[in-house]
Design a binder for this molecule. Structure first.
Ligand SMILES: Nc1nc2c(c(=O)[nH]1)N[C@H]1C(S)=C(S)[C@@H](COP(=O)(O)OP(=O)(O)OC[C@H]3O[C@@H](n4cnc5c(N)ncnc54)[C@H](O)[C@@H]3O)O[C@H]1N2
Ligand code: MOO
Length: 481
């Protein structure tokens, strides 16, 4: 993994013609010509560099269609930008859309299926922990002051019920074994010596109760160990098992149907004859899983409008994710299909690069559709901008704490839109990576996070918000099971 800084000139080459022109032309946006370096100060309001139109209804609470199907969509046209929602609002709209459906019915799941879910009921201890007095060390259970006569019947280990000790008696005991009644302390093996007559002496002073783990030291039966809303981590599974649980009551994973559009996609072998490998079919299910969802199906439906219509219409998933077909090309069927289905468009384009044609629609009650652009890094951008907040809310997961780090190198900005740029985290800096073009996965595949670069760009050393990638974040995100 090589971490190299993004240089302004190279970055500008990845912008399309209109974007590059805008960089040169835009007056008063705090940025020079595309090859002219970076601003000396960040924009006062990161989202305040629109083109003079506020967003339409998306992101403002009322879930109005912004005119789906009413006008031809022209991608980069001013009209399309007019509809686009600022990036932070798009994320809020996605989270809010998921809240609209109310609380999802909890399910009872076996411990091995509960990892990554959120507790829908508090975890109350079903037993005292420990549930009996146990030895904390290997050694001898002793009664009264030494020296002690050592019982001959061998060692206490496992679950055998021990006979009570009499004063002056000791018995060998293993860590975790039940303490015999009337034991006053446990003497560690390394602190005891037996004399020629077989009597046990302590080489240290023995205090009353030492190395005895008393019943209910950790909790009493009925104590609340964890509240509703706790994410089930491996440690939670361990605690639940210790506390007597075989199943947990949790919020179910939202179910996702993934529809991969595009006639040009191959599922195996090398690209040939204008055909390319489908990068999103393999990428999305494990990523969605890390976001708390489960992928019900991945279907490749080509550029077939009828098949798309049928697949959306018949889906019973909580969320449909489509890939490709979001723009306005001759075979971009997502918008017309949503229109025919009477879907309500909540977000129609986002002021973010890459990924600006992404969309969010409500297809039916308690079902949404996130349209990811086909360019693979643009799809990642859509996944983190729209699918992540929606799925997180459906799964009742807590929002990650926002955090910032200074950038190691300057990152060129888009004049009006937020940029999401792959970075690696090195020490206390985020190092921007190359290969961050919309069609490239090379940068994000080496990255720990995406830096949220405000409109206008960011200077070296500028504190920048980061979105952790699931495999790099400390937490349940690392568990893809
Ligand atoms: N006239 C305009 N054209 C385009 C605009 C625009 O604003 N006006 N936006 C561009 C941007 S930005 C993006 S992003 C794409 C979004 O396009 P679509 O969502 O319609 O995606 P497609 O056209 O189907 O595909 C785009 C690109 O991605 C490749 N692709 C698609 N699916 C996959 C996949 N599963 N794995 C790998 N690669 C995939 C596809 O072959 C294309 O190369 O539109 C621009 N055009
Ligand atoms: O460039 Mo497109 O910005 O959304 O991939």
């Amino acid at each position: 993994m090589t971490a190299r800084g993004t240089r302004a000139g190279e970055d500008a080459e990845e912008l399309d013609v209109e974007e590059a022109l805008a960089l040169v032309k835009e007056p008063g946006n705090g940025i020079g010509p595309a090859h002219g370096g970076l601003p000396t100060s960040g924009p006062a309001s990161p989202q305040g560099h629109g083109i003079g139109h506020g967003p339409l209804t998306p992101g403002h609470g009322t879930m109005h269609s912004p005119g789906l199907g009413e006008s031809p969509r022209t991608g980069h046209s001013p009209d399309a930008h007019h509809h686009a929602t600022p990036w932070p609002q798009a994320r809020e709209t996605a989270a809010r859309a998921a809240r609209g459906g109310g609380r999802r019915t909890p399910v009872s799941v076996s411990l091995d299926a509960a990892l990554g879910l959120v507790l829908a009921e508090p975890l109350a201890a079903l037993t005292d922990l420990p549930s009996f007095d146990t030895s904390a060390m290997d050694g001898w259970a002793v009664a009264g002051p030494g020296p002690w006569d050592v019982r001959e019947e061998g060692a206490l280990a496992g679950h055998a019920r021990p006979e009570p000790l009499t004063d002056g008696e000791a018995v060998r005991i293993a860590t975790g074994a039940r303490i015999p009644q009337d034991t006053t302390a446990v003497l560690r093996s390394e602190h005891g010596r037996t004399d020629a007559k077989g009597r046990l002496h302590s080489i240290r002073e023995v205090s009353h109760g030492q190395d005895i783990r008393g019943r209910a030291q950790e909790c009493r039966s009925g104590d609340q160990l964890l509240p509703v809303g706790t994410l089930v981590t491996p440690a939670v599974l361990g605690l639940a098992a210790a506390a007597g649980y075989d199943t947990l009551t949790a919020v179910p994973r939202p179910r996702v149907d993934v529809l991969v559009l595009g006639d040009e996609l191959l599922t195996t072998g090398l690209p040939h004859d204008g055909l390319i490998r489908d990068a999103l079919g393999p990428m999305l299910p494990p990523w969605l899983r890390a976001l708390g969802a489960e992928t019900a199906t991945v279907r490749r439906i080509g550029d077939d409008a009828k098949a798309l219509h049928k697949a959306i219409d018949r889906s019973e998933a909580d969320l449909i994710v489509t890939t490709g077909g979001t723009a306005s090309g001759p075979v971009d069927h997502v918008h017309p299909t949503l229109s025919r289905l009477g879907a309500e468009l909540l977000v129609d384009g986002v002021k973010v690069r890459p990924g600006h044609p992404m969309l969010l629609a409500r297809t039916k009650e308690n079902q949404h559709l996130v349209g990811l652009p086909g360019n693979p890094l643009a799809a990642v951008s859509g996944l983190l901008t729209l699918a992540e907040p929606l799925l997180r809310t459906l799964a009742a997961r807590p929002a990650p704490e926002p955090y910032t780090l200074p950038l190691k190198d300057a990152v060129h900005g888009h004049p009006y839109d937020t940029r999401l740029v792959p970075v690696v985290l090195r020490g206390d800096h985020a190092v921007p990576l190359h290969y961050n073009g919309p069609a490239m996965l090379r940068g994000v595949a080496a990255a720990d996070a995406l830096a949220v670069v405000p409109p206008g760009g960011a200077r070296a050393g500028q504190e920048t918000e980061l979105l952790d990638l699931p495999w790099a974040a400390a937490g349940i995100g690392v568990c893809f099971t």
